[in-house]
Design a protein around this ligand. Sequence first.
Ligand code: LLP
Length: 428
Amino acid sequence: MTIATSPLSHVLPLGTLVSQHGHLEIGGCDVLELAREFGTPAYVVSEDDLRARARMFVEELAARHREFDVLFASKAFPCTAVYRVLGEEGLACDVASGGELALALRGGFDPARIYFHGNAKSEAELQEALSAGVGHVVLDSFDDFARLERMAAERGRRQEVLIRVTPGVAGATHDAMSTGQADSKFGFSVPDARAAIARLARAPHLELVGLHFHIGSQLLELAPFREAVRAVRALGDFPVINVGGGLGVAYTSEQHAPGIAEYVDALVSTVHDELGADKRLLLEPGRALVANSTVTLYTVQTVKRNVSTWVAVDGGMSDNLRPMLYGARYEAILAERPLAAAGERCQLVGKHCESGDVIIRDVWLPEPEVGEVIVTPATGAYGYSLANNYNGVPRPPVIFCREGSAREVVRRERYEDLMSRDVDPARP
Ligand code: LLP
């Protein structure tokens, strides 16, 4: 049975169903059985959803524009299995640290198709990038520029670079996710970019191929992208334009985000109008590729009724920091009775020792009971990547589901993992 009757259908992974037993079914797998087999909390990914969204980006671009690449902004879900799937779908990728570079390489990415970002890249990270042979480094400051120029010269090679420009355009989003405004730690201001471009013309070991901007994340309006393209147009004509990521997604039944086709259409026509159809257009989606592919499973541990009804589960701010960091809103659904009518206003809370550990405030639920499996959709982006061990809680596994089979691609952490970096575990 389809889940289309649920107001949550558009936030759940593509192909989510209600099984013949009336349970939630993701990637053909009964979510209750997944909870039994792998335990909770757990991140459950529909592999077909991941692949479908990657294909949508590629197909929509291919239909409208000649030269392009879609870069997986891997900070959104830096798990080697995710890199592998998106690489198989033909995407390139961006990394923002040496660690993400190591993961991308392990996930099978051709180094030539990796873009190395970062506003504070260390000497060691740049050495790692050069040794790996990354295709492009995105310069973020004059210090970055000087360091890379020296290092490329020492290796006697010429490195292709982009310049990250801060176009002075703020996307309408949470302050912590807005990066395009002039007062930002990221990128070169437009006048500084002009100076950097002039210096690059005289840098024998660096080759400037184009400009990059990223104005912010979880953007639900597309107009600021045009403003940003106009702002960087003044810097000159380059073969490559990288418009960053930022396309927002729906987390709740009321939210609506532009679709991938609408977004690609807007970006391509902006670039055609403002820069011409001959540019190599790079997109860097993170959230829009991975957020809705994944749900988190929790088990209700206790239900407490005082002034409010507190439904407490076995995870929380260790597996999803977004509600606490950004006031992000999620929905919840019961795995065993996904279509049950919501009867009670609840506070869905985690197990951590903080009152702020609230996963969803004031969420209407069908009186969840202790032991029930509760599912929060749209946790694929910046859930796994922001996960932590607060209160010594082991981080959850990642389970890929496809056509009725489930495979664990990241195992649950064990207590030993919490001690694995102790230098002498026997003598603390
Ligand atoms: N490119 C660059 C250079 C970026 O800095 C980012 C995200 C992206 C692409 C991908 O953006 P996306 O398509 O995912 O919006 N932790 C926050 C989001 C921080 C985004 C950081 N940069 C959150 O959980 O919402």
